[in-house]
Design a protein around this ligand. Structure first.
Ligand code: GTP
Ligand code: MG
Length: 361
């Protein structure tokens, strides 16, 4: 009997053998594939300008996996001494204004001048559209195939702040990989222009000429942030309109006091499609950088931006730790009920809630 049983087992094992082998080898292949290179390899790869390592490191930054984030942080720390050596340019404009076409033309101008260009995007709508850059990579064909250019679509994320933080960290990695010009594109939804403005050296607003109502529909504050307004699609029948628009924008810009940078914002007309005015934009940014490096605003501004990101990261963290805390949300709901019944004031409730939060943490 016993002998029989054993032989049956052997028999069964024999049959299932091929499946077991293939499963284990599949596992081996899988583990090899998903195995991440060491941090040292990552850093060395990035510093050599290896795009594959750069891309994979950015993926780690964007990952929600805690282990990935830890690894990304170590990579970032080690890359930091090699970052900062760049010009960061923000580009914004409504959908269809020609951002992608412009970045293609401008990016090619930059690589033609011997620069290395990284294009990143902050697109709060990217969870829906899968990133504006990805969507129209065809408009950037030349840049996509240029070995001195690196294009990365917007990370998806729940909060604009989170997405922006990831973009800031990606900037550091791109700089460490030797990219000396970083372009951050945003479509200008919500607060995204302010976010981009707070991480760049030069902020460019892309516009098209309207029917004499140029200043309508522009969000308040955006003109104030712009270092330049580029009126795109200045070609064909549109040239006349763009000239009129230029006068109007210039007038609007002069209404604002001179900027801390000492720079008087400029209006330039261009055609991304016909590649006119692109060199003028390049020269203008060069002129700006010369000025702000000379008067020290460049460093001053970057320091301010770093301080801003430090405090805003803390704010975000505290906010999350309060509002995502289950206990706090239960007490908060209770207080809201009291408030509705007129049994407390917002300030008394807030004090009570904060005290309870502080006692618990
Ligand atoms: N005539 C003319 N058309 C242009 C110019 N630049 C862009 N376009 C056209 O305008 C349309 C929109 O251009 P995109 O570059 O995709 O605009 P975008 O701002 O990236 O748009 P989103 O990605 O949707 O935000 C395309 O059909 C382009 O060919 C230009 O300088 N002149
Ligand atoms: Mg686009």
């Amino acid at each position: 009997m016993v002998k029989n049983k054993i032989s049956k087992i052997f028999h069964k094992k024999g049959i299932s053998q091929p499946e077991t082998t293939s499963k284990s080898s599949a596992k081996k292949i899988q583990s090899k594939r998903s195995k991440l290179p060491s941090t040292k390899k990552f850093v060395a790869g990035i510093l050599e300008g290896n795009i594959t390592f750069l891309s994979r490191a950015i993926t780690l930054i964007e990952s929600t996996n805690l282990k990935h984030q830890e690894k990304a942080n170590t990579i970032l720390e080690q890359c930091l001494p090699y970052a900062n050596n760049s010009v960061r340019i923000g580009i914004t404009g409504v959908p269809g204004v020609g951002k992608s076409t412009f970045i293609e033309a401008f990016g090619k101008q930059l690589t033609g001048e011997g620069k290395k260009v990284a294009v990143l995007a902050i697109d709060p709508t990217s969870s829906v559209h899968k990133g504006s850059i990805l969507g129209d990579k065809t408009r950037m064909e030349g840049l996509v195939s240029d070995k001195n250019a690196f294009i990365r679509p917007s990370p998806s994320g729940t909060s604009l702040g989170g997405v922006a933080q990831k973009t800031r960290e990606s900037i550091i990695l791109c700089e460490a990989a030797g990219f000396d010009t970083i372009i951050i594109e945003t479509v200008g939804v919500g607060q995204s222009e302010t976010m981009v403005h707070s991480m760049v050296d030069f902020f460019l607003l892309l516009k098209i000429a309207g029917a004499g109502d140029e200043l309508q529909g522009i969000k308040r504050g955006i003109i104030e942030m712009a270092d330049a307004i580029v009126i795109n699609k200045s070609d064909g029948d549109n040239i006349k309109n763009t000239k009129i628009a230029k006068v109007e924008f210039n007038r609007a810009l002069h209404l604002y006091p001179i900027k801390d940078s000492g720079w008087q914002p400029k209006v330039v007309t261009a055609s991304a499609l016909e590649n006119t005015g692109i060199k003028a934009v390049y020269d203008m940014i060069e002129e700006y950088i010369l000025l702000v490096k000379k008067n020290k605003f460049f460093t001053h501004n970057r320091n301010n931006q770093n301080t801003y990101w430090l405090t805003s990261t803390i704010q975000q963290h505290l906010y999350d730790s309060f509002f995502k805390n289950k206990n706090m949300s239960t007490i908060l709901q209770k207080e809201i009920k009291f408030l509705k019944k007129g049994q407390t004031t917002p300030f008394t409730s807030a004090k009570k809630l904060l005290k309870s939060y502080n006692d618990k943490t």
